[in-house]
Design a protein around this ligand. Structure first.
Ligand code: ATP
Length: 472
């Protein structure tokens, strides 16, 4: 009979150390516990000095006095790259999971965990050949914006998957209803990946007229078609070295699917009307709210393209399947709104929270976010009540009984003319733009791209108008 596998548990929390060691011991492993990274490293040096092999598996907590678990992981990976390390933490956010996987962790175990799961994980890990290579080191993630909020089991699973997948150069298909956070997931995958310093380029297939899609994706040369006055660099080239996020991929017309497939297979293409072969290194993350298998069955989506995009699939659960996240998300949105409005943070009272929990959220997180921005702007007091929530959920703000805006404009024009102004048209256009932009930005919680789409304007146009550079 072979000797039992040696498993070490490093955690400053005595009870975790005890119960995990006991469960692993019951499963037949030879277990030792350590209360700090240093204690484990000392024991490891002693073993090496005595020509004993390193343990077969090590569990470590992240937050501990002295060196934390990630520092321990780094030292272990330098000295014993083949030793599988399972990182345990009560903090299952993407930064933690990605940090662990980037450091070469074999697995990430969210605390509190089920002991049977931990033992099963140890057994699986020990069965496997533990010669995994540590992942590439990614540059520091930029900023903490776009943080995915969530602490339900479904979201923890997702964060673990993102942490792991960010390191792998695989195409990912993100599925989920509208407003569930698909783009945010794609951004997190990029931000935590070795590509983080290169661009993240997003394109919504459904938002681009189909006759322009090809040139949007692959670019065109001057004169390639009527209206192509100048060379245009497509999204694939813009994303070189980085990540291309293709939203609503199910809406891509078939001929373009064929072209995309070829580019994904070969990594090179010609711009529309071009002769120069362009070679790019792009990770593609596609997203859809549709059932692509059904589209394949109907002949509207290519099966081979689906296979190429769907190397790994991440499903985002709708908000109604993770209601426990609603209060957390709502508070995060109120805080973001307060920071943007430079106003004190409002709070939900109990009734408001219950009302939020009871709602079905057909528009998912986006709907919740918009609602919170409306409440931050409009609820009269610092405490938001159930009645405020009901009011904001049921109707857009009342239109009021003022006369039509054409009447108001006429009145304004007559006043300005009487005052002797001579640039009425410019003034009126500026005010017209400002009213539309403010309304759209308030509606979209300050997101320019979405505001631009809702107004039917280009994103650049909106940015320019906001910067006031349209004034002539
Ligand atoms: N878990 C989350 N934590 C914080 N914000 C979130 C979360 N999920 C979504 N959001 C916010 O909700 C909004 C919608 O998210 P996103 O645009 O990523 O959704 P989507 O699934 O791509 O939607 P669509 O399919 O309609 O394009 C965004 O403003 C995003 O910041």
């Amino acid at each position: 009979m072979s000797a039992p596998a040696v498993v070490w548990v490093v955690d400053d929390d005595r009870s975790v150390r005890f119960v995990l060691a006991a469960a692993l011991g019951d499963a037949g492993y030879e277990v030792s516990g350590f209360d700090s990274a240093q204690a484990a490293l000392d024991a490891l040096s002693r073993r090496t000095a005595q020509l004993q092999p390193a343990p077969d598996l090590l569990f470590t907590d992240v937050r501990m006095p002295g060196d934390d678990g990630l520092a321990l992981l780094e030292k272990l990976k330098a000295a014993h790259p083949g030793l599988p390390v399972i990182v345990m933490s009560a903090y299952t956010d993407i930064a933690s999971t990605a940090g662990a996987f980037r450091g070469g962790a074999h697995e990430f175990l969210s605390k509190p965990f089920d002991l049977d799961d931990a033992v099963a994980l140890a057994a699986r890990t020990l069965r496997r050949d533990a010669s995994a290579e540590p992942g590439d080191v990614a540059p520091d993630a930029a900023g903490t914006a776009d943080t995915l909020v969530g602490d339900t089991p479904a979201m923890r699973d997702l964060f673990r998957a993102i942490g792991r997948l960010a390191q792998a150069p695989l195409n990912v298909l993100v599925t989920g209803e509208t407003g569930t956070g698909k783009e945010l997931v794609a951004r997190a995958l990029h931000r935590e990946s070795p590509r983080a310093r290169a661009p993240f380029i997003a394109m919504n297939t459904a938002a681009v007229p189909s006759e322009l899609l090809e040139s949007e994706l692959f670019g065109h040369e001057a004169g390639a078609f009527t209206g192509a006055a100048r060379r245009h660099v497509g999204r694939f080239e813009q994303a070189d070295g980085g990540t291309l996020f293709l939203d609503e991929i199910g809406d891509m017309p078939l001929p373009l699917q064929t072209r995309l497939l070829r580019v994904l297979a070969e990594g090179e293409f010609f711009r529309v009307g071009g002769r120069e072969l362009i070679r790019v290194d792009v990770r593609v993350i596609a997203a859809t709210h549709q059932q692509l298998e059904a589209l394949v069955a109907e002949g509207r989506f290519r099966a081979d393209l689906l296979h190429r995009l769907d190397v790994v699939r991440l499903r985002l659960p709708p908000l109604r399947e993770r209601r426990a996240d609603v209060p957390r998300l709502a508070e995060a949105f109120l805080q973001a709104a307060a920071a943007r409005f430079l106003a004190p943070v409002k709070r939900f009272d109990r009734g408001a929270r219950e009302r939020l929990l009871a709602h079905v959220w057909p528009g998912n997180v986006r709907e919740l976010e918009n609602l919170c921005w409306r409440l931050a702007a409009l609820a009269p007091g610092d405490t938001i009540t159930a009645a405020d929530v009901d009011g904001a959920l049921s109707a857009p703000p009342p239109a009021g009984d003022e006369a039509s805006w054409e009447d108001a404009l006429g009145r304004w024009a007559r006043e300005r003319l009487a005052a002797g102004d001579s640039d009425l048209h410019t003034q009126a256009l500026e005010r017209f733009d400002r009213v539309l932009l403010e309304a759209a930005l308030a509606h979209t919680g300050g997101r320019r791209a979405e505001a631009a789409a809702r107004l039917g304007l280009g994103r650049n146009t909106v940015t320019r108008k906001l910067a006031g550079r349209n004034r002539r």
